[in-house]
Design a protein around this ligand. Structure first.
Ligand SMILES: *Cc1c(COP(=O)(O)O)cnc(C)c1O
Length: 233
C-alpha cells in the first residue's frame, strides 16, 4: 500500500528537523507548501487534513478546480510562470505569487489589484543557475527590477524564489541556494518599503534539505509529500 499524505508529511517533518538542527534553525521558521499540480482534488484535501495549510499550483485550471472544493481552508500560492493575460483570473484567487519576473507582468498584476482594491505578496523569481530552460531574472537584473517595482504600490516583494536545476546529488544545488540567500539579504538590507524581501522560496522534493540549510523559509514540495499521480507509484 502507498503511504498516506499524513505519513509522508511526518517523514518530511523528520527530515526538516534533521536539516534545521544541523544549522541551528527551527522547523517553525519554514513553511511547507504542498504542490498539488500532479494530484487529484481528493489528494489535495488529504494534505489539508494532515495539517498542511499552504497549497501551491502552477496552472490556473488546477488552482480553480482545487480552490472550488477546498476554498479558504488553505493559503493559495501560485508557483508557475504566469502569462500576463491570465493574471486577471489568477490574482483574485491567491495570497502569494512566486513567479514575478518581468515588469509587463507587474503592470498587469498591479492593474488587477487596483480593480480589486487588494495588495499581493510576491516573490521575485531568479534564475540563479543561468540554466536556459529556467525562467526568472538573472541575478544581476534583480536590484534594478526591484527598484522599478516601487512604482507598483499594490505589489509587496516579500522575498526571492528560485528553482535549482535537477541534480542527482542534491549537494550540487547548494551554491545556487547560497547565491539566492546572499542576494535576498542584500536587498533586505536596503529596507525598501515596498520590498522587505525577508523570505526565500527555495527547495523541492529533491533538494529541500540543502535549501533549508541555506535559509529557505518556504519549501515547495510535490512528489515526496502528496505524490505524483502522473508517474506510476
Ligand atoms: C512542481 C514544482 C514544485 C514541486 O516539485 P517536486 O519535485 O514534485 O517537489 C516546486 N516548485 C515549482 C515551481 C514547481 O513547478
Amino acid at each position: 500500500m502507498n503511504a498516506t499524505v499524513e505519513q509522508q508529511y511526518d517523514a518530511l517533518k523528520k527530515r526538516m528537523e534533521r536539516a534545521t538542527s544541523k544549522v541551528g534553525r527551527r522547523v517553525e521558521e519554514i513553511h511547507v507548501i504542498a504542490v498539488t499540480k500532479y494530484v487529484s482534488i481528493q489528494t489535495a484535501n488529504e494534505a489539508i487534513k494532515a495539517g498542511i495549510s499552504h497549497i501551491g499550483e502552477n496552472r490556473l485550471e488546477g488552482l480553480l478546480e482545487k480552490k472550488a472544493v477546498i476554498g479558504d481552508g488553505a493559503t493559495w500560492h501560485f508557483i508557475g510562470s504566469l502569462q500576463s493575460r491570465k493574471a486577471k483570473d489568477v490574482i483574485g484567487h491567491i495570497s502569494v505569487l512566486h513567479s514575478l519576473d518581468r515588469l509587463s507582468l507587474a503592470k498587469e498584476v498591479q492593474k488587477r489589484l487596483v480593480e480589486r482594491e487588494k495588495t499581493l505578496d510576491c516573490f521575485v523569481q531568479v534564475n540563479v543557475s543561468g540554466e536556459t530552460s529556467k525562467s526568472g531574472l538573472a541575478p544581476e537584473e534583480v536590484d534594478s527590477f526591484i527598484m522599478a517595482l516601487a512604482e507598483y504600490d499594490r505589489i509587496r516583494v516579500i522575498g526571492l524564489m528560485t528553482m535549482a536545476p535537477y541534480a542527482e546529488n542534491a549537494e550540487e544545488t547548494r551554491p545556487h541556494f547560497k547565491a539566492l540567500k546572499q542576494l535576498q539579504q542584500r536587498i533586505a538590507d536596503k529596507e525598501y518599503v515596498h520590498a522587505p524581501c525577508t523570505e526565500l522560496s527555495m527547495g523541492m522534493s529533491n533538494d529541500f534539505e540543502v535549501a533549508v540549510e541555506e535559509g529557505a523559509t518556504y519549501i515547495r514540495i510535490g512528489t515526496i509529500l502528496v505524490g505524483n499521480e502522473q508517474v506510476s507509484e
